[in-house]
Design a protein around this ligand. Structure first.
Ligand SMILES: Cc1cc2nc3c(=O)[nH]c(=O)nc-3n(C[C@H](O)[C@H](O)[C@H](O)COP(=O)(O)OP(=O)(O)OC[C@H]3O[C@@H](n4cnc5c(N)ncnc54)[C@H](O)[C@@H]3O)c2cc1C
Length: 381
């Protein structure tokens, strides 16, 4: 529907076609089941791994496809275009993997990446705790480093892929007195003694995605599992969060595009007062406004992707991208629900689910208020 996007090359277009086919065969027919169960099947992860759509930007020597971030976002976009918000692929590929790629040792990469590319090992990142989300420096989970191991104690919540995860990056304090400087990232395998998964949380939307509480009760992991330097965890998070926020922004724009298409189809089918809803001036004007905004968003986000590929995308850029696109997404899906009338409130219509799914985009990955804080720091003279 939108103009051809210049950021992609021919091989990306081919990859997109294969992702679309994969989704038609391995995602669309099962998404309702996952929605009812509150979790995506492990078969999906293995099939996605076999199809090369997990972590496509990882080098082939670690099991990836030697792609780039554009391959990753193609997966995000195509899932959103069919309303498939269940698979937590973006957390796995776009958020967890970079910590291993950018800060992991060669041995850590060899241990973890091939399984993650195959879908045998599912990734999660555990920052948020019951007592702290926005204020990451205040995490209470501790990681005591002894001569040859690390002992984790604490509790996390709202963790995406939490039920399925095999590898969880835990944000923990290695030196609680040091604040941000005492924070480290520790990998915890899902089968460690003392590690327990809590409830699969009952959410307003993203029904097919597992989101969990996690508990760490004297969990011993080897020192091998420290990702990057001890005490550098907060810095590593700040370095990687812009990509996380860009991935959320990409998903927001793709969700907008899908919602708009479903709505255009709907208003052209349904008759009210003897004419199509599409013929009312209100409908035409609303859709014209939304289409314009989605176009603007797409061009803006493609520019962000270009900057990110050129390693020129900073914290404020990530915050602006997430802020603007997720606010647009929530506004747009709400208008689209309205244009569907009562059917827009029925979960059998994709627009109703898109509306449920949209709301959290303004909350996770850092709330939009925190995005404004980050942006405002660049305005100080
Ligand atoms: C579905 C879902 C999936 C998630 N997945 C993950 C995951 O995989 N891993 C993970 O670690 N976390 C995850 N989260 C957690 C998410 O990142 C946090 O919920 C979010 O960062 C907000 O933290 P909080 O919930 O503690 O809210 P709080 O920090 O308590 O914020 C409450 C309100 O106060 C506002 N506020 C806070 N500080 C400021 C400030 N300085 N200025 C102005 N306003 C402020 C916030 O904007 C918000 O409106 C997920 C959450 C959800 C709902």
């Amino acid at each position: 529907m939108l103009a051809k996007r210049e950021i992609f090359e021919e091989h990306h277009d081919m990859f997109r076609e294969s992702v679309k086919k994969f989704i038609q065969k391995h995602v669309a027919p099962y998404h309702d089941q996952w929605d009812k169960k509150g979790i995506v099947s492990r078969d999906f992860w293995l099939e996605a791994g076999a199809a090369g759509i997990l972590c496509p930007d990882v080098p082939s020597k670690y099991g990836g496809a030697d792609g780039d971030f554009r391959h990753n976002i193609i997966v995000v976009e195509e899932l959103m275009k069919v309303g498939a918000t269940g698979p937590g692929v973006s957390v796995h590929s776009d958020i967890v993997i970079p910590y291993i790629m950018n800060y992991g040792t060669e041995e850590q990469k060899k241990s973890w990446l091939p399984g993650m590319c195959e879908g045998r090992l599912i990734g999660a990142i555990a920052m948020t705790e019951p007592g702290t989300g926005s204020d990451l420096q205040s995490v209470k989970t501790t990681a005591d480093i002894t001569d040859n191991e690390v002992i984790l104690n604490g509790q996390k919540t709202f963790i995406t892929n939490g039920q399925n995860a095999d590898l969880i990056i835990v944000v923990a304090k290695t030196d609680p007195k040091q604040g941000a400087k005492g924070t480290s990232l520790i990998m915890c395998e899902g089968d460690r003694e003392g590690f327990k998964r809590g409830r699969n949380l009952d959410k307003v939307g993203l029904k097919a995605q597992d989101t969990s509480e996690l508990f760490f009760d004297n969990v011993h992991v080897p020192k091998f599992n420290i990702i990057g330097e001890k005490g550098r965890g907060f810095y590593q998070l700040m370095e990687e969060l812009p990509q996380e926020r860009l991935a959320i922004a990409v998903s927001a724009v793709a969700a907008c595009e899908a919602a708009l298409e479903w709505t255009i189809d709907y208003v052209n089918e349904r008759n009210v007062f003897g004419k199509k809803i599409a013929e009312f001036q209100n409908t035409k004007f609303k859709l014209a406004e939304l289409k314009t905004e989605v176009n603007v968003a797409q061009i803006y986000i493609d520019d962000c992707i270009k900057k990110h590929l050129n390693k020129n995308f900073d914290a404020a850029d990530g915050a602006m991208a997430k802020l603007w696109t997720t606010e647009l997404q929530c506004k747009l899906v709400d208008t689209c629900v309205q244009l569907h009338g009562g059917y827009g409130y029925m979960r059998e219509y994709p627009i109703a689910r898109a509306w449920e799914d949209a709301r959290v985009q303004r909350i996770y990955g850092g709330t939009n208020e925190i995005m404004k804080e980050i942006i405002s720091r660049t305005l100080n003279k």
